[in-house]
Design a protein around this ligand. Structure first.
Ligand code: GLN
Length: 492
């Protein structure tokens, strides 16, 4: 079969159960596509062909024995931020170019238990800091819709791999939009769960109070399958919530769009820099939801001007602390011939970290320093609380909140926006992380350059099922999520 990559996850599970094809055939099919197409997309940092085929053979044996789980034998790609035992985990950094983790992240371990096959590790902005995936030690990844454009970031490799059909679905992480924005740029569905829903154990830390793992896939249904694997409490992560998980697949039709109150924050649609095409596509998608029975309610989210300054203090502050562990002593990059300990620290860190990571460590260290702590860090924490309260107030009157995922479509590779311009592009995603809420991106059409546009729906705490369900029903009534980039249509 030459078109296995066109199947949905559900169709793949059925094909495997009915022995229409084997996991080895499915896995080999993706490996062939990666070998042929990824030379142009450059989404993978590491392809684990041998292990993948061995895992696939084991999965086929389990499938034959009749004891297989729902996803046994389905391949996926992991963002190179999740530790994988025996396989390089780089976080897109020279600092970890030589790092082989001695253990699996909980997300990876759960994937193995479910019988998922790891195709490899995909590219990302260094330590997840960025919005283009260009801040990677391994170079830029291309957007499958137009190879001269970025796939977004930081989970750009995950998004590009799925959009080019080089993996059926992928894991990503979202600290300030890194699942939703690349999903938007690549025409995919991507879910950022409530903080504490998915274990952070073995997920290399960027900003620990904001980081959350989640799925990137073609559809809400495909995301739901992966959420069923990765969601849930983990004793190894003290911030993971002891709360029952939903069956996200079974609940795909549980929330009715009819009667759903969708909040439209008027401030969000007046942001300077919101591209006309993006605004138009998002408004059309809301009109569609209205036609399906939802009620659109104008709401106020007043704090929008505080989002970027607040996030860009808290995230770098936490990053400066988290990244202090990379000192050239214990693991990771070590400079050549240090003359003394201070030289070892200084040169290992200046040579091992890229420019954006160093910028954030400096900002964070400054914001946490004795003389400025109250003026910057403590103040940012207070504003963070106000942002959260603003959302909670809004949820008294609406079920979900709609917004663009990003003010623009995918930038050109090398557009060399200055850092502040780049940070402003995060305006629609970062408040969700500051508040710890779940949110989803769904593709809702294209701009005049045929680059995808995404709608973001933000839910109240623990409402992942509701978000997936609303998007699932939208996707039953529309076909944006089924569109393929030209490069994905290449048969192998
Ligand atoms: N673009 C944002 C940043 O650079 C978000 C990154 C993320 O979610 N990991 O911090």
């Amino acid at each position: 079969m030459t078109d296995l990559h066109r199947l949905s996850i559900r169709e793949m599970t059925e094909g495997l159960k009915n022995a229409q094809f084997s996991s080895r055939e499915l896995t080999q099919h993706y490996l062939n596509r990666i070998a042929k197409i990824d030379t142009q997309v450059k989404s993978y940092v590491t392809v684990t062909a041998e292990q993948a085929l061995a895992q696939a053979d084991a999965a086929d044996a389990v499938l034959k024995s009749g004891t297989a789980g729902i996803l046994t034998g389905i391949p996926l790609a992991h963002k190179d931020i999740f530790c994988t035992q025996g396989i390089k985990t780089s976080a897109g950094s020279k600092m970890l170019d030589n790092f082989i983790s001695p253990y699996d992240a909980t997300v990876v371990a759960k994937g193995k238990v479910a019988g998922l096959i790891t195709l490899g590790k995909v590219n990302m902005d260094e330590f997840a800091m960025g919005s283009t995936s260009e801040n990677s030690y391994y170079g830029a990844t291309a957007n499958p819709w137009n190879l001269n454009h970025v796939p977004g970031g930081s989970s750009g490799g995950s998004a590009a791999a799925v959009a080019a059909d080089l993996a059926p679905f992928a894991t990503g992480t979202d600290t300030g939009g890194s699942i939703r924005q690349p999903a938007s740029f690549c025409g995919l569905t991507g879910l950022k769960p409530t903080y504490g829903r998915v274990s952070r154990f073995g997920m290399i830390a960027y900003a620990s109070s904001l980081d959350q793992g989640g799925p990137l896939a073609r559809s809400a249904e495909d995301c739901a399958y992966l959420m069923n694997v990765i969601a849930g409490h983990d004793q190894k992560d003290s911030t993971s919530m002891e709360k029952d998980v939903d069956d996200y697949v079974a609940n795909l039709n549980a929330t009715a769009v009819k009667g759903l109150r969708i909040g439209i924050p008027k401030q969000y649609f007046n942001v300077t820099g919101l591209a006309a095409d993006v605004k138009a596509r998002v408004e059309e998608s809301l009109k569609k939801l209205e036609d399906m029975g939802a009620t659109l309610v104008e709401i106020d989210l007043d704090m929008v001007e505080s989002y970027v300054p607040t996030y860009y203090l808290i995230a770098p502050a936490e990053a400066s602390s988290n990244l202090s562990r990379y000192d050239g002593v214990r693991y990771g990059y070590r400079c050549e011939k240090p003359v003394d300990l201070e030289d070892l620290y200084k040169r290992s860190r200046s040579e091992g970290f890229g420019a954006e990571v160093q910028r954030r460590i400096l900002i964070g260290t400054y914001a946490l320093s004795a003389g400025y702590y109250d003026a910057y860090y403590v103040k940012a924490q207070k504003v963070r609380r106000l942002i959260q309260q603003d959302f909670l107030k809004a949820f008294e009157n609406v079920d979900v909140i709609a917004a663009p995922s990003a003010p623009t479509t995918a930038y050109k590779i090398g557009a060399s926006l200055d850092p502040v311009e780049m940070y402003l592009g995060d305006i629609y995603t970062i408040a969700v992380n500051l508040a710890g809420l779940p949110a989803i991106n769904a593709p809702v059409g294209f701009d005049s350059n045929n680059l995808p546009v995404g709608l973001q729906l933000i839910g109240n705490y623990w409402s992942e099922s509701q978000l997936l369900s609303v998007v699932h029903q939208y996707q039953q009534a529309t076909d944006w999520h089924t569109q393929r980039a030209t490069i994905a249509q290449e048969t192998v």
